[in-house]
Ligand binder design. Structure first.
Ligand code: KIV
Length: 270
């Protein structure tokens, strides 16, 4: 088939799938074109996560995130990148009702953003929907363990698998999404031995966030690892201190404006 657009060759979902048990898969979230352009050089895939509701828009949880907001940020990230696979989260309420509703909204996300895949939360209960989407051309990344969209029924953000009696449910979730055709699965907030067991037992790559180095890849929220939040969970390694750096820069700018030392003659059109 001939192509009329510029030749961007991105990582594909099948390439991600084939990394099972191989070189660890690198991924981060991004919500805007400029950070995505930087992350694009190093990440196999970029997730436009619904955590943007909390990180970018000051919401208390991801439950209030609307579909249009995901599409707006998804478009920005696709525009800013050339290499990485872009995965966009389906927000709460946009896919749970039925496979048909999920297809309509997933197709809208893919058409309007140009992303390469969508992500949905839920294990065995979402297997039918995952199969329905994949059979109709929509690549799906699954997300099990701690699923923030269900925090209201889970009683908050709790690490999963501390009680060994819950393991069979998590393992069944992982097997169900894998068998339904998901190309990868995010394991969030899960004790190491359970994440290791799931990673060993299923054929698709596991992407860990707070789920140990035993996973086939890792993802973090970019703003967390850049030190932009006053509090970070135990599983986050902070690689930069952008929060304090931004505050320092803004404070110095404010002082310079008040002292009339900004702008100086070099910064002025004579
Ligand atoms: O929305 C998000 O940032 C996510 C990651 C935590 C995987 O789903």
């Amino acid at each position: 088939m001939s192509k009329q657009t510029k030749n961007i060759s991105r990582t594909t979902t099948t390439q991600i799938g084939s990394r099972k048990g191989g070189e660890p898969i690198v991924s981060l979230t991004s919500y805007h074109a400029h950070t995505a352009a930087i992350v694009d050089k190093y990440a196999d895939f970029i997730l436009v996560g619904d955590s943007l509701g909390m990180v970018m828009h000051g919401m208390d949880s991801t439950v209030g995130v609307p579909l249009d907001l995901m599409i707006m940020h998804g478009k920005a990230v696709v525009r800013g990148t050339e290499q990485a696979l872009i995965v966009v989260d389906m927000p709460f309420g946009s896919y749970e009702e039925s496979p048909n509703v999920a297809f309509r909204n997933a197709a809208k996300i893919m058409k309007e953003t140009g992303c390469g895949a969508i992500k949905i939360e839920g294990g065995a209960r979402m297997a039918e929907t995952i199969r329905f989407l994949v059979e109709r051309g929509i690549p799906v990344m699954a997300h099990i363990g701690l699923t923030p969209q269900s925090s209201n029924v889970m009683g908050g953000f709790k690490t999963q698998g501390r009680d060994k009696e819950t393991w069979p449910t998590h393992i069944a979730d992982a097997q169900a999404v894998s068998e339904a055709g998901a190309f990868a699965v995010v394991l969030e907030g899960m004790v190491e031995p359970l994440a290791a067991k799931i990673t060993k037992e299923i054929t698709i790559p596991t992407i860990g966030i707070g789920a140990s180095a035993t996973c086939d890849g890792q993802i973090l929220v970019l703003e967390d690892m850049l030190g932009m939040n006053p509090w970070t969970p135990k599983f986050v390694r902070v690689y930069g201190q952008l929060g304090p750096m931004i505050e320092d820069a803004v404070q110095r700018y404010a002082n310079d404006v008040k002292l009339r030392s900004f702008p100086n003659s070099d910064e002025t059109y004579s």
